[in-house]
Design a protein around this ligand. Structure first.
Ligand code: CP
Ligand code: NVA
Length: 300
């Protein structure tokens, strides 16, 4: 793995990365990235991604630079390729949260140091790795069915790929027109042929969540979709994860959300703050998953 732009880039290493993340969770390991620097470029807001990368880098003995595109020359039109080539001379890795996935591809093509996708409109691979660490810690394996309810967005796309790789069944319950990315869905189905995972998309949310082991949702209006807000809030209403919907899942099903959440929209307070919810564990696990990713990509 040279860069981590998509879950597909860690296809052969997911199990190893999960083991490494568990190791980082258990043991405080010092200074394996001593004197390394990670540049963190943000075109959009972040709480978890920014803090967990920065804290993770500090704990591994390195340092992280927070760079908002408002402050970089890239915000005034400097090319992505020049930015990548210049930054490669200063730092040992670049994490980027970008509006458009094509921009991180261009950044990676021109960078001589590893590039890590910290979320784009297409994927959120670091989140997916932390989510599988959470499922592994709670359930012990990837048997069973994960149902993603709502918008077939970046988080959903990365979950499809990682579930396919790890052999976990996944159903996406979404309204027509909000299905996951077609190419990613096809790729996930192809990968699933080798791992015997079942990957599908359904419009009927009640049939999808029937006997689910994991119910996962995300916001109805992702960053970048704000101009569609009115229409989306209307279309997604039947896809709210509430107590009634949870009652169709298995009794010991867990509720997951990448956060930030909007209570009263995609999920009700009684579910996200209830005893089936593991959302804060997911957020904590971002730290260990990212340490595993940075170690894997940036160690000497
Ligand atoms: N889940 C996640 O990526 O959160 P942030 O947007 O706060 O980084
Ligand atoms: N789908 C959300 C995820 C935020 C972590 C977004 O892109 O805004």
């Amino acid at each position: 793995m040279k860069h981590l732009l998509s879950v597909c880039d860690m296809r052969d290493e997911v199990v190893h990365l999960l083991d490494l993340a568990s190791y980082f969770k258990k043991d405080k390991i010092d200074a394996v990235l001593k004197d390394k620097t990670l540049a963190m470029i943000f075109q959009k807001s972040s709480t978890r991604t920014r803090i967990s990368f920065e804290v993770g880098m500090n704990q591994l003995g390195g340092s992280a630079l927070y760079l908002s595109t408002n402050d970089l020359q890239i915000g005034r039109g400097e090319s992505i390729s020049d930015t990548a080539r210049v930054m490669s001379r200063y730092v040992d890795g670049i994490m980027i949260r970008a509006l458009h996935h094509k921009d991180i591809i261009e950044l990676a093509e021109n960078s001589t140091v590893p590039v890590i996708n910290g979320l784009t409109d297409l994927e959120h691979p670091c989140q997916a790795l932390a989510d599988m660490l959470t499922i592994k810690n709670i359930r012990g394996n990837f048997n069973g069915k994960l149902v993603f309810v709502g918008d077939g967005n970046n988080v959903c796309n990365s979950l499809l790929l990682i579930c396919a790789i790890l052999g976990m069944d996944m159903v996406v319950a979404c309204p027509k027109g909000y299905e996951p990315n077609e190419t990613i869905l096809k790729k996930a189905k192809d990968i699933a042929k080798n791992t015997n995972a079942s990957i599908s998309v359904e419009e009927d949310v009640y049939s999808a969540v029937n006997s689910a082991d994991v119910i996962y949702t995300d916001v109805w209006v992702s960053m970048g979709d704000e101009d569609e807000e009115k229409e989306r809030l209307n279309v997604f209403k039947p896809y709210q994860v509430n107590k009634e919907l949870m009652s169709y899942a298995k009794d010991d099903a867990i509720f997951m959300h990448c956060l930030p959440a909007i209570r009263g929209q995609e999920v009700t307070s009684d579910v996200i703050d209830g005893e089936q919810s593991v959302v804060i564990d997911q957020a904590e696990n971002r730290l260990y998953a990212q340490k595993a990713i940075m170690y894997n990509l940036m160690k000497d």
